[in-house]
Design a protein around this ligand. Structure first.
Ligand code: IVH
Length: 655
């Protein structure tokens, strides 16, 4: 067994760290199989550094908190050469003889790894920098992670977990075919994966890891360059694109080379990290409360890519809003393929004078949402100005634009385009949680005539035999679907209200409504004045609720749902489980993934309240980059601090 462990670990190292396979895949599989069966037979001889640990298989119940022995700081950012020069000037003021090491800034999530006597014992996420989460079991599945180092030392090292493009595309392809929400980019995919409870799933996602720092490095070596060399020697995968540079001029030149280089890499990078090489200068150069002053991150410009806008199509939302969508010739933007981008509304297109056939510049707003920035006018030929459609592309009835609103609506109350979205919304996880009834399935059933209205969802069981015959369905899938539909009858009253898709009634308003009107009968009878007098319910919402219940079609739907046994009363104490529910949350610092408005919306949707100042009543502080006094206060008061990445994970799937 010892011999097998050595052979397999060496093969893993050669393949995943050195990119130089030393044995064939068949040999590898054979050795691994042999070790697995020996370990099953003689579990007492199974060792901590056994490569079978990388296969995963345990299902975790959660992640313990870990307090970092040395806090995990982040880096200041610079965005151009002037700012880089200023960074250098500040150093020059306090020390004279220094050089820089430049490294690629890998776009993933930071992790800290602890080894004792050369054996891997623990991995922790960055968390808020002070307290992270124990993700040892998940990190163990990363193939390039050495389980035993070449020296039997105690050491803590830090690096970046990332998802290579190849794995990212594989994962998203699979999610697409399972009708699951796609990951927006490799960083989100890596962060989401590392918080998976099923280690087998983690193992299947092919995460990878670059190590770039030794904690208390000066105890081992004298410079960052030596640290990187030593890390390699210990068996870690170190990104080899690092360089030693002297002087700011050479530094600036190098960054341009890095920007070219990174486009050809198999993983995402978002900048270059610049570190003073000599450790003995660090104390003199010093630290701010969050950053070392001896390092910074040069952030690359978010990618802007040219492509052709081949068409403008229209999507009908569940409230009937008609949204124009840019159909693009697919292009790779910041790590994923973009083929569509929202054009928001008529005014947006007219203001930018976007026309079908134009060459346009696209980017990802906040690195996530594809957006058309502008038309490349020099490439315009004979494109015709855009004209808003007059009839709904789905039902052919007129679309109308109401006074004072930017959006157009389909005027047909039973437009099937709208219906599909109502059905998708109704069954979504945040509403009635019929998880097997996703977008694709709804579309298929709708096209085949099984689903038109919400009522039809509960009548699907009458067609179970037919559904089982449909391509891609079968016995098991249909049974699961019908069970999920039955279970949805137990969803709480507020989820049902939210699921009905009443305009302006989000998850939070639904919760307020059920507290004030604990049964459907009471809510149906609510008047405009009554509703409007409830704090947080304005005129627009009140009007929309009254109109909804004034419509006989809606009342009939509710009667039918009642007859199916859906829950239409509010039980006190019945609350959603989300940690933000009923909590007060403060946003501070620069958020990179969300805008402030998006983050506030999400919190409110989840039942939380956003406040602008930190006090003992604050439940969470979401700290972006450069968070200052509010973060400090939160730490003083012992308020829970989460970073944006954690926030993102907590709200995942809800936007
Ligand atoms: S050094 C004292 N080196 O960037 C800070 N960080 O904004 C130590 N990152 O949290 C970080 N590649 O997640 C360092 N070569 C690299 C990096 C790197 C990516 C990430 C890391 C860190 C963030 C800082």
């Amino acid at each position: 067994m010892t011999e097998l462990i050595e052979i397999i670990n060496q093969a893993n190292y050669d393949y995943h760290t050195m990119d130089a396979p030393s044995i064939s895949d068949q040999q590898y599989d054979q050795f691994l199989k042999e070790l697995i069966s020996l370990e099953a037979k003689y579990p007492e001889y199974k060792t901590e550094d056994s490569p079978t640990e990388k296969i995963g298989g345990v299902v975790l119940s959660g992640f313990d908190k870990v307090t970092h022995r040395v806090p995990m700081m982040s880096l200041s950012n610079v965005f151009n050469s002037e700012e880089l020069q200023q960074f250098d000037e500040r150093i020059k003021k306090v020390v004279t003889d220094y050089s820089f090491v430049t490294e690629l800034k890998i776009d993933g999530l930071a992790v800290s790894l602890t080894y004792e006597k050369g054996l891997f014992v623990r991995a922790a996420t960055r968390g808020n920098g002070v307290v992270g989460e124990d993700v040892t079991k998940n990190v163990k599945t990363i193939k390039s992670l050495p389980l035993r180092l070449s020296e039997p030392i105690d050491i803590e090292v830090r690096g970046e977990i990332y998802m290579p493009h190849k794995s990212f595309n594989q994962v998203n392809r699979q999610r697409l075919s399972n009708d699951e929400a796609l990951f927006a980019n490799p960083r989100n995919a890596a962060a989401g994966t590392i918080r998976q409870l099923d280690t087998k799933v983690v193992a299947s996602r092919n995460l990878d890891l670059f190590i770039y720092t030794i904690v208390n490095a000066e105890q081992y070596v004298k410079t960052q360059k030596e640290a990187l060399e030593y890390l390699s020697k210990l068996g870690f995968k170190v990104n080899q694109n690092y360089q030693l540079v002297f002087g700011i001029g050479a530094l600036i030149n190098q960054i341009e080379d890095y920007d070219r280089l990174r486009k050809a890499l198999a993983y995402d990078t978002d900048g270059v990290v610049i570190k003073v090489n000599e450790f003995d200068l660090y104390a003199t150069i010093g630290y701010t409360s969050k950053f070392p002053k001896w390092a910074t991150a040069y952030k690359f410009q978010a990618e802007q890519v040219e492509t052709v806008l081949t068409d403008i199509t229209f999507q009908i939302g569940r409230t009937g809003v008609v949204t124009p969508v840019a159909e693009l010739e697919p292009v790779l933007v910041s790590g994923s393929t973009v083929a569509r981008a929202t054009l928001h509304n008529e005014d947006y297109i007219v203001a930018k004078d976007i026309r079908i056939g134009d060459t346009v510049l696209v980017h990802k707003a906040g690195e996530i949402i594809p957006e058309v920035i502008e038309v490349v006018l020099s490439k315009r030929t004979h494109q015709q100005p855009f004209k808003m459609i007059e009839v709904c592309p789905v039902c052919g009835k007129p679309v109308i634009r109401k006074e004072g609103e930017a959006d157009h609506y389909c005027s047909n109350p039973s437009c099937p385009g709208k219906n599909i979205n109502i059905l998708i919304h109704f069954s979504s996880r945040v509403a009635m949680d019929i998880d097997t009834l996703g977008e694709k399935v709804v579309e298929t059933f709708h096209d085949l005539g099984y689903l038109n209205t919400i009522t039809d969802i509960y009548l699907l069981k009458n067609f179970s035999e037919e559904l089982k015959e449909l391509p891609g369905f079968g016995e098991k899938k249909v049974e699961n679907l019908l069970v999920a539909i039955e279970n949805s009858k137990l969803q709480t009253f507020d989820k049902l209200i939210f699921g009905l898709g009443i305009k302006h009634v989000g998850a939070k308003v639904a919760k307020i409504l059920v507290k004030n009107y604990p049964s459907m009968e009471l809510l149906e009878k609510a008047t405009f004045e009554e509703l409007n007098s409830i704090p947080d319910i304005g005129e627009m919402i009140a009007q929309s609720i009254v109109s909804y219940f004034a419509d006989p079609i809606n009342l009939e739907l509710i009667e039918e749902l009642k007859s199916f046994g859906l829950c239409m009363t509010y039980e006190k104490g019945e609350q959603i489980e989300h940690p933000f529910n009923n909590k007060t949350i403060v946003l501070t610092g620069k958020l990179q993934i969300f805008t402030r408005d998006q983050a506030s919306d999400l919190i409110e949707k989840l039942g939380g309240k956003v406040s602008s100042s930190v006090s003992s009543k604050t439940d969470f502080v979401v700290a972006g980059e450069d968070a200052g006094s509010k973060l400090k206060k939160a730490n003083e008061l012992g308020v829970k601090v989460i970073d944006e990445q954690t926030f993102k994970v907590m709200v995942d799937g809800l936007y």
